[in-house]
Ligand binder design. Structure first.
Ligand SMILES: [Zn+2]
Length: 79
């Protein structure tokens, strides 16, 4: 006899997929409602509104991140 709760019947594939689809839909809706996707004015790529564009590094027409040169490697930690 099993001491932990066990399922009495196998869930059909349709029922399992339906449950996970609902979960995915809700998660996607939550993400899109909180952060609307807009097109970047600089490079016309999709980006999250009120965030720096990950493609070109521009925000409100100003260059914030230099995407051409990658960040300098941290070699020494200053105390
Ligand atoms: Zn951009």
């Amino acid at each position: 006899m099993a001491k932990h709760p066990t399922t009495k019947q196998k869930l059909s594939r349709s029922r399992v997929r339906s449950r996970y689809t609902t979960f995915a839909t809700n998660a996607r809706r939550k993400l899109t409602d909180s952060a609307p996707i807009v097109t970047c004015t600089q490079c016309k790529q999709p980006k999250v509104n009120h965030r720096i564009c990950p493609t070109c590094g521009y925000y409100r027409g100003k260059k914030v991140i230099n995407k051409a040169s990658p960040l300098d490697k941290v070699t020494k930690i200053k105390a």
